[in-house]
Design a binder for this molecule. Structure first.
Ligand code: PLP
Length: 357
């Protein structure tokens, strides 16, 4: 049986959170002399001398409306990395508890676990990059606290079936973290609408991908109120800057533009996949539900270096488990994708020339 109380670290249960000036008083006043800010202003044309809203109330109201959840079911982090780190700090006793990951997957789960001195259990994906449910069941033990499922998965690009993830959430007594950083590019539906049904479900989202705002470092997480309360208890008081909060509020007014960009990226993805089929040195193109595509090549190192000489950077995933020979290519603009294809054609010609000598 899932019992949140049993999962929380004792020090976090005991913790009295920091009470910031802007948390203690958030109404309207004539003069603010409570937070040791600089009342004289900023050396800029815009004033940033006041601390930002610690709980990002306006942004949460808007995101809640867009996703049909309550504002109290949303946490906003300084990038997804913040929510990932908080999960360890809230639930994992260093050197005692463990997390479960399904490699190959997003590297930060592992790095964050190591930073927090938390053990890592692994249940690799199958050769077809599907969840290996038997391996997962075997890798879970009493100390497994969060289980990370990245869907669509980075670097493989595929999304997992919704029902499969929900079955995991049903059968697991720890926290199931579903990283939906790339969900906007997928035909699979988000699991946000299930947070009311699964008290152990945490959904990670980000403004860095479909919303095109990676530079702002803003990423929401969705879960039931109890888990969100824990996030808020442990997070740094002012984790989202004023400038980022203002920019996100502006961006949220442009949802239609984001939808259009998503459609364009998906169409470019399909076009690129089709065009990549012409290259005999690409032996496999994996299906993608994301804004990137993973390709298996006969020599990832060589192609990677060739593209670097062409001033095109892709991600070399050759040394990642199950990804030998693989390169991960982000979908760019039509011009960028065309440039990539042109350089790959050049690679074909040059290799043919050197081989004929
Ligand atoms: C699966 C996944 N989650 C999260 C992130 C990072 O998101 P953020 O920019 O919000 O930290 C990435 C970045 O590549 C990612 O691939």
């Amino acid at each position: 049986m899932f019992n949140l109380e049993n999962l929380i670290r004792e020090n976090i249960k005991r913790l009295t959170p920091y009470s910031s000036a802007r948390k203690e008083f958030s109404g309207a006043a004539r003069i603010f002399l409570d937070a040791n800010e600089n009342s004289f202003g900023s050396p800029l044309s815009v004033r940033y001398n006041r601390y930002p809203d610690p709980l990002q109330t306006e942004i949460k109201a808007k995101i809640a409306e867009l996703n049909n959840v309550k504002p109290s079911e949303i946490f906003i982090g300084n990038g997804s990395d913040e929510a990932i780190d908080l999960l360890f700090r809230i639930f994992c006793e260093p050197r005692k508890d463990n997390i479960l990951i399904c490699p190959p997957t997003y590297g930060m789960y592992e790095v964050s676990a190591e930073i927090n001195d938390v053990l890592i259990n692994r249940a690799n994906l199958t050769e077809e990059f599907q969840l290996d449910l038997a391996a997962i069941a075997k890798a879970i033990d009493k100390q497994t606290k969060p289980l990370f499922v990245c869907s669509p998965n980075n670097p493989t690009g595929n999304a997992f079936a919704r029902q499969e993830i929900l079955n995991l959430a049903k059968s697991f007594n720890g926290i199931v973290v579903v990283d939906e950083a790339y969900i906007h590019f997928s035909s699979e539906k988000s699991l946000i609408d299930e947070i009311g049904n699964f008290p152990n479900l945490v959904i990670l989202r980000t403004f860095s991908k479909a919303w095109g705002l990676a530079g702002l470092r803003v990423a929401p997480a969705f879960a039931n109120e109890e888990i969100i309360r824990l996030f808020n208890k442990v997070k740094p008081p002012y984790n989202i800057s004023q400038i980022a909060q203002e920019a996100i509020l502006d961006a949220l007014k442009n949802g239609e533009r984001v939808k259009k960009t998503i459609t364009e990226i998906i169409s470019e993805r399909e076009k690129l996949i089709k065009n990549l089929r012409e290259f005999s040195f690409i032996t496999k193109i994996y299906p993608s539900d994301a804004n990137f595509v993973l390709v298996k090549t006969i020599d990832a190192e060589k192609i990677y270096k060739f593209l670097l000489d062409e001033q095109i950077v892709v991600r070399n995933r050759n040394n990642v488990e199950l990804c030998a020979g693989c390169l991960r290519v982000t979908i760019g603009t039509p011009e960028e994708n065309e440039s990539l294809l042109k350089s790959l054609r050049k690679f074909t010609t040059e290799t043919q020339r050197t081989q004929s000598f």
